[in-house]
Design a binder for this molecule. Structure first.
Ligand code: ACO
Length: 319
């Protein structure tokens, strides 16, 4: 079997919802400013003590249930996260132990908001190699812990959550192609400068962003990698049933959609209620649209992301 196919999806959001009005009580901002600039109305925030692995486990179990697979079936776990519980073991290894998976490989990928798209592409290639048959691919983040909650330019944008898919070997596609890109020279426009390799947490532990530079790069590359994926497979925009873009903000999503010439009704958006959940945003949106019945078996779906690194990419598949 040379293809991989999504067999099930799942997601999880922490219980606590923080609305724009609540943020208004702690920083100088307004619901009007946040909604008009980003489309974000609320975000879920993890409870104290709740870890990325906790979120990942909920999403993974939901995806496994919807795919009808158990721990014995899984032989690959790839977790996309920027907010691992620990420096090591990886979140994927922690998750493997939680789920009782005893076989196969488990590792994290780090491409920030493009993380899930990278992870899906990696898992697809592992399965296409013939050496793995059933992968759990997870995007899980607690971005709220990377934010300076006094910095109104960044803290209003993000939320916490997790999403997952089970990817199985298949005789038919499935995943048609993936297209990954990076430009490390632009790393400074979106970063958490702090690191642990100094033997302690050194430098600024909080997310810093040049908002307009990120906006310009995001709208350019999301358009490029959407057209690249369609052209690679001989499809036009009219062939696409659904676009599931990274949920950073509505202005980026609308600009990409309009540039592509795609009807906005064909785009899955969850950013209003979730904020930007980084690597979790695409699988959360995918699971939402699968569970509410919009995405149907056999439909052509394009997922795409852009994030820190800078990184970007897309995966085109038949659901
Ligand atoms: N509430 C009220 N005012 C604010 C807020 C806020 N939350 N944040 C910034 N402002 C103020 C600024 O201080 C500034 O005031 P000043 O002129 O007195 O200095 C004013 O609003 C305008 O600020 P700008 O940064 O110019 O606002 P802009 O219209 O560019 O919108 C935004 C900022 C929303 C961040 C926009 O640049 C953007 O969408 N960038 C993309 C960033 C993004 O989505 N990042 C997510 C992570 S990256 C990713 O996932 C791809």
């Amino acid at each position: 079997m040379k293809y991989s196919k999504i067999a099930g999806t799942g997601s999880y959001l922490p219980e606590r919802i923080v609305t724009n009005s609540e943020l208004q009580t702690t920083i100088e901002t307004s619901d009007e400013w946040i909604v008009s600039r980003t489309g974000i109305e609320a975000r879920h925030i993890a409870a104290e003590g709740e870890k990325t692995t906790d979120l990942a486990e909920h999403a993974a179990r939901a995806a496994m249930q919807s795919a009808g697979v158990c721990a014995d079936d899984i032989d690959l776990i790839v977790v996309a996260t920027t907010t691992p519980d620990k420096v090591f073991p990886s979140t994927a290894c922690l998750l493997q132990a939680r789920l009782g998976v005893k076989q196969g490989a488990a590792f994290d990928v780090q491409a920030v908001c493009t993380g899930f798209v990278y992870a899906l592409s990696v898992a697809d290639k592992f399965i296409a190699s013939g050496q793995h048959r059933c992968a759990l691919v997870v995007g899980a983040e607690i971005f709220s812990r990377l934010l300076d909650w006094n910095d109104r330019r960044t803290c209003v944008l993000f939320g916490d959550g997790a999403g997952a898919v089970v990817l199985k070997a298949s005789e038919t596609p499935g995943i048609l192609s993936s297209h990954l890109h990076a430009d490390g020279s632009q790393g400074h426009i979106l970063q958490v400068d702090g690191g642990v390799s100094a033997g302690r947490l050194a430098d600024n532990p909080y997310l810093q962003m040049d908002g307009s530079a990120v906006f310009r790069l995001a709208t350019r590359v999301l358009h490029e990698c959407a057209t690249e994926a369609l052209a690679h497979n001989g499809y036009g925009v009219a062939d696409l049933d659904w676009l599931v873009p990274h949920q950073a903000n509505m202005r980026i999503i609308n600009s990409t959609t309009d540039k592509l010439g795609l009807a906005r009704e064909r785009v899955i958006t969850t950013v209003a209620k979730h904020g930007n959940t980084s690597a979790a945003s695409v699988p959360l949106a995918l699971d939402t649209a699968v569970r509410d019945g919009r995405i149907q078996p056999g439909q052509l779906v394009l997922v795409e992301g852009v994030g820190g690194g800078m990184t970007w990419g897309s995966v085109l598949f038949r659901f």
